[in-house]
Design a protein around this ligand. Sequence first.
Ligand code: ATP
Length: 279
Amino acid sequence: MSVTEKAAIQTTAAPTTGARGAGIKLAGVEQRYGDPKSSVLALTDVNLEIGKGEFLVLLGPSGCGKTTLMRIIAGLLKSTSGKVEIDGQPLWNGNRRNDKVMEELGVVFQDANMFPWLTIEDNIALPLKLRGVSKTERRKRASELCELVGIKGFEKRWPRELSGGMRQRAAIARALSCKPQILLMDEPFGALDAMTREQMNLELQRIWMESGCTVVLVTHSIREAVFLADRVLLLSPRPGRMDTLKTIEIARPRSAYDQSTPEFQAYELELRKRLDTFA
Ligand SMILES: Nc1ncnc2c1ncn2[C@@H]1O[C@H](COP(=O)(O)OP(=O)(O)OP(=O)(O)O)[C@@H](O)[C@H]1O
């Protein structure tokens, strides 16, 4: 990337619709895997501020470091260099995770990871149970969350009795149970069929707008990225670097029909062309 291209990447936080979530600051983040002699540089030079309540989408070719970056933001991996701050608080103090900061984070993976021996309600409320919240309060919160994510009435069911999309809704509810300021989602809809995925995108937009969380989402879908994002961060092939940071200026709430507008398609085309240069 040229110096001018680099300068064109606006790394400060974008203005956003909500302001209740927490901001995220990444400074000089780099990740190497393996021992020092034969290590693989997976990610380098990530400098970015994600605004409170912003919806940021990570996009990029396979193996460019999207999951690595997500795991670093989630505190599941301590980057080999650089710093991560959540609302000005460091995520790590030396080799110790900052538990107070971790409480602000909710995480959703591609697999809903429901415990099969717990009902949907108990799965959703598990993080609350681990924090000592009373059973009455847990039931109340699980019921509110089921309503929020559109699975009201399924509280007493087992995970196997729900469709893949419904289980993913339950996983989002569980991630939101402790009222996190930040929701981190790694390809949450990757395993769903196209129609369910489109429906989930609409639902996620609504949940995000209602909750005011900051969201960081990883996807392989350019369409999903443009539909959901305030900004799309396109990472280059390994070692992943910030290649393009694109603000999507399509009004909210966005509808499925917006995807056929010239404005939407222009964003898609721009990102697709850039991704094609990596092939
Ligand atoms: N635990 C690990 N040990 C060694 N190398 C790893 C490890 N995890 C990831 N990598 C390497 O780091 C690079 C980035 O991996 P990562 O999973 O973050 O990419 P990704 O963009 O999420 O990929 P995909 O889109 O295929 O899911 C890859 O080259 C991968 O092989």
